[in-house]
Ligand binder design. Structure first.
Ligand code: ATP
Ligand code: MG
Length: 318
C-alpha cells in the first residue's frame, strides 16, 4: 500500500551574506553552505512530522550534493531517488538581505545538476509508495522538468494518490505562455492549492480573493490554503473558510517559511487532522521557520510545533 508523501525538484545549497545591507559587489563574510531547495525544504518538514517522505532530484557528485542527501536522510527523508551525477555540479543560491527586508539572489540552478531531471528519473519504482505528491512551481524551470513532473502527477493520480501544488512563482516564469500552461496543468490536477498572497489570482480569471476561491473550487481543487506571510494564513473548501492569526515571532530569515508551512499542512492532513488543526500547525511551522537562519534550519518536529501552539495559547509564541 502506498504510504509516502513525495516531491520532486531542485536540491540546492544556500550561501548567505552575514550582514544585512551586505552586497555581492564586494567581498564579505558568507555563511553556509546550508541545505536548500524549495521541494527539499518541504519534504524535510514532512519527514520531521513523522510521515514517510521521499524526494526525487539530481545533485552533483560533490560535497554540496552529499551535504543535502545526508541532511535529508538524517531527518528521515528517503533519499534513494536522489541521483548523484558525476558530470554536474549541485545547484546553489547566494543571498543578500536588504535593509527594507527584501532579498537578492544569485542563482546557479538552470546550469546545475537540478536541471538534469528528466522523465527517465520518474520510474514506477520511485513512485511505488507514493500516496501524495507535491508540486513546487519553482521546480518547473525547463520543458523537460515540466514533462517529468506531469508524468509524476499522472502516475500518482492513476494509483489513487492525491496532489498538492504550491505555485511558488518566480516573476520571470509568467512571461512565457508555455510556463503558464504548465502551471495551469498542475492547478487543474491539484487537490490542495497553496498560493502565497497574490499568487491566488495569478492563474485564474477572477480578480478578488472570494471569486478566485470559487473559481478554484469549480476547477476541482478541494482546498485552497493561502499563505499571508506575517499576516498568518487562511483555508477554504466547499464547506468552510478559516483564518489563522500569525504567531508573534522575531523574523531572522524569511526563506523557506512557505515550504515549511506547506510541508506541515500536507503532513497534518495526511495524518488525519482536521483542516483547522492542520492550518494551526502549518501556521506555527511557517512562523518557526523565520526564526532560524538558513532555509532548512527552521523545520520542526510535530512535538515541537505542538509545544509552540501550547505556548502561544498560554500567551507567547517563542
Ligand atoms: P517562501 O516562498 O519565501 O518560502 P512564502 O511566500 O511561500 O515564502 P509566507 O507567506 O512568507 O510563504 O510564509 C508562510 C507562512 O508562514 C505564513 O502564511 C505564516 O503562517 C507563516 N509566517 C511567515 N512569516 C511569518 C512571520 N513573520 N510571523 C509569523 N508567521 C509567519
Ligand atoms: Mg513560497
Amino acid at each position: 500500500m502506498a504510504t509516502k508523501i513525495m516531491t520532486m525538484g531542485e536540491i540546492l545549497v544556500e550561501i548567505m551574506a552575514q550582514d544585512v545591507g551586505q552586497s555581492f559587489r564586494q567581498p564579505g563574510v558568507l555563511l553556509g553552505p546550508y541545505a536548500s531547495g524549495a521541494p527539499a525544504i518541504f519534504i524535510d518538514q514532512v519527514a520531521k512530522m513523522g510521515v514517510p517522505a521521499g524526494v526525487i532530484g539530481c545533485v552533483g557528485e560533490d560535497d554540496f550534493g552529499h551535504l543535502n542527501a545526508q541532511r535529508l536522510a538524517a531527518d528521515g527523508v528517503d533519499v534513494s531517488s536522489i541521483h548523484f551525477l558525476p558530470d554536474a555540479t549541485t545547484g546553489s543560491a547566494f543571498v543578500t538581505y536588504r535593509h527594507d527586508g527584501n532579498r537578492d539572489f544569485v542563482f546557479n540552478i538552470t546550469n546545475s545538476a537540478s536541471a538534469r531531471l528528466t522523465l527517465a528519473h520518474v520510474t514506477p519504482e520511485a513512485l511505488a509508495d507514493c500516496a501524495h505528491f507535491h508540486v513546487m512551481g519553482s521546480s518547473l524551470f525547463s520543458a523537460s522538468i515540466v514533462e517529468a513532473m506531469k508524468q509524476a502527477v499522472d502516475v500518482v493520480k492513476r494509483q489513487g494518490g492525491s496532489v498538492s501544488f504550491d505555485p511558488n512563482i518566480r516573476k520571470e516564469m509568467l512571461g512565457s505562455s508555455a510556463m503558464r500552461d504548465a502551471l495551469r496543468y498542475f492547478l487543474t490536477r491539484a487537490d490542495v492549492f497553496l498560493p502565497s498572497g497574490p499568487e491566488l489570482t495569478m492563474l485564474v480569471d477572477a480578480e478578488t480573493e472570494a471569486q478566485a476561491i470559487d473559481e478554484l473550487l469549480d476547477l476541482g481543487v478541494q482546498a485552497v490554503v493561502i499563505k499571508r506571510g506575517a499576516q498568518g494564513a487562511s483555508y477554504a473548501d466547499r464547506q468552510q473558510r478559516l483564518d489563522v492569526a500569525p504567531l508573534a515571532v522575531t523574523e531572522l530569515d524569511p526563506t523557506g517559511a512557505g515550504d515549511c508551512f506547506g510541508g506541515a499542512f500536507v503532513a497534518c492532513r495526511f495524518m488525519g487532522m482536521s483542516a483547522g488543526e492542520a492550518l494551526a500547525h502549518a501556521n506555527a511551522a511557517g512562523a518557526m521557520a523565520v526564526t532560524r537562519r538558513g532555509p532548512m534550519e527552521g523545520t520542526h518536529s510535530l512535538a515541537q510545533l505542538r509545544e509552540v501552539l501550547v505556548q502561544a495559547q498560554a500567551g507567547g509564541a517563542q
